[in-house]
Each structure stands twice: as structure tokens, then as C-alpha cells.
Design a protein. Sequence first.
Lengths: 121, 295
Amino acid sequence: MKICLVVDDSSVIRKVARRILEGMDFQIIEAEDGEQALGLCQHQLPDAILLDWNMPKMDGYEFLKALRRMPGGDQPKVVFCTTENDVAHIARALHAGANEYIMKPFDREIVEAKFQEVGLI
Amino acid sequence: MTPSDYEFLRKMLKARSGLMLSADKHYLVESRLLPIARRQGLANLTGLVAKLKRADSEPLTVEVVEAMTTNESLFFRDKTPFDQFRDHIIPSLLEARAATQRIRIWCAAASTGQEPYTLAICLKEMGQLLKGWRIDIVATDINTEVLEKARSGIFSQFEVQRGLPVMMLIKYFSQVGEMWQIAPEMRAMVKFRPLNLLGDFSSLGRFDVVFCRNVLIYFDQETKIDVLNRIDKVTERDGFLALGGAETVVGLTSAFKPVADKRGLYIPNMARASQSESNVIRLLPAAQRLAGGAR
């Protein structure tokens, strides 16, 4: 079973994402900010990361840059999932190594489409 | 809505658009047509049907047909047809049309434009390979309202996230408020026209590629055969036909034959005997023919 790390400071979003991703046969681990997510990744790299942008302590963008610098950090497929829905943010995310980008609000159909796009399902 | 109201709507939709409504689609009819009835100041669908039966009902009839035709569409829907378009169809035509450097493509049920724009994106992604080539994409749909949306090239955030890779989004679209609009040069690649597949479409000219996906499923057997045979007449002998995943020509017509290992892709059947079509028709159950098609 593939592992997906859901990183979002909103417990509601994490819950919704968990329900969608478990329905897609992913095992879910959760983090509420980039710092916590980085700690989890140092312990075990997931197959996929669903990543919010704006979070306390370390935001999604900083986390992604740190992840991609880690040994093996180029392996997880990272899909941003954020309210930052302008071209400039999307371009920055892709430049930093994001594989796909979801603009909130999202639903199961969108998550499936994006995960399929990057070869996760 | 009385049984006779439903029967009237069923017959009218079949005659006007080829759409087949099975007996259990009352909910669908009510959910799509009640808003029209209310806009007309009518209390229910019986009132709407009564108005549709009047001599001056043509604009209302068009509105009802448009409301009932399904307009679900996605960018890169099912993915495989577009991989086949890029990896098989276009390379084949680049060779076959080297002398004229012209390719004509028809999207026969274009809906809100995602499919023809996906083809335009695929072509644009081929870059230099198509330099100097003239490629026409003709996109048709029975529903004039969705064609207006298609022409505008404006899609919601939800629509651009279903099937469209984010790289393509930022490359070919710009933000207009909360919406996304495809670039003018991409819009210029597609010509949208209203067209009912039940009517004559020979005036569109001949095509090298026909995408007729996820529309035949709404037609009965007889209409499918008729539409496929008329598509054959406008398809170049070395052209291609792409159908939806749940659609096939097999058992319907010998005008096209499947391309080996390319699901949903068909080519004109050069070896087709003129007699073979009537053979297929003969194979249809007699009762079905008597009833005017598969119900």
C-alpha cells in the first residue's frame, strides 16, 4: 500500500483529504506544518505528499525545497493543495520541484485526476 | 408528469437529437426541465409539455433539447485517445499528407470545448514538427449555449483541474478573475459550429480525423448505424475515427474497422463489401427494427 503524507494546518482539510485518499487505497500519515512533515520524511519517505502552502513554523514552499535537498527527497510525488491559486505561486511551486498543483476547494475527482497525472494511481 | 407527458418528451428528444431516454429517467427529466417550466411561469412539466405541443413552440423545444443533452466534458478525457492522437494518428498523417501539409480534424460532439482544445494543445506541444502545416479543427455540437461557452475558452477553476496537467494550465491559459481562459492563438485553432448529428453534415467537408466520443452511447442502434455510415462518407480513406471507451463500430457497421491494439480507434474499412451493411441490419432482431431501434 502506498503511503501519502498529508500536510495541512487545518484538521478539517486533513480529515477530508484522508477520507479521499484512503478511498484511493493510500495509507495516510499527517503533519500540521512543514517542520513536522520534514521530521516524518527524515524517518520515512512517503510515496506521495499532499501539501498546503500557508502553515505556521515552516510553510509548504520551504518544506518542499528542504525535501528536495534531502537524500532520496526527489522520490516522493508532491502535489500542492492550496488556496494560493495564481500563476505566480503555481510557477514557483513547479520550479521548487512540485509535481502537480491543486487549487482549493478540491474534491475527490480533482485529487484522483492529479494523482493519476503524476502516476500515483 | 403523466406517463403520456414522459412519452411525448421521449419521442420528441429522440426525433430532435437522437437522445434515447429509458423508462427510468423521470428524475433526470424533472431535474433538467423543471427550471425551464418555472422560467416559463408554469407549475409543472405537464404545463411545459402542453406548451411544447403548440405551433409556436420551436424556441422552447430547442431550449428543452439543449437542457437534456449531456454536456459533461473534461480536458484529456480518458487520456489514451490523446496519446494515440499524438503517437499514432498525427505521425501517420504527417507522412500521408506531406505533399499538401494540411490536416482536417472534426470533433463531432465538442460540448464546452475541452476536447477540441485538448487536441489543439496536443498539436501545439508537437512544436516544430508541424511548422508550415495548416491544421483545421472543426468542433460541432447540437447545443448552441455550450458552444458559446466553448468559443469563449473560459473555464472554471474546477474544470481546468480535471484532466489538465498544471504545466499545460500555466502554459496555455491566463487567469481572468476566478476563471481561466485559453490563449487566443489556441482559440483561433478551433472553429465552433452548431450541428445536429441527425442532420446532414456533408457540408463540413472531408476530414482526416474524426473524434466522435461519448455521444453514440445516447443513440439507439439504428441511429448509431446511420451516424457512423455518414461519418464514413466524410472521412478520408486513410483517415481515423476515435470513439469513446464504451462505444464501438463492431456489430453496427463494416464501414470502419478497429485499429489493432488501439482501443477506441478505427479506420475506414477498405475491404468493405457494399452488401455488408445490409447484412448487419438483417442481423438486428426483427422486433427491434419494427420498433424503430433498440429500446
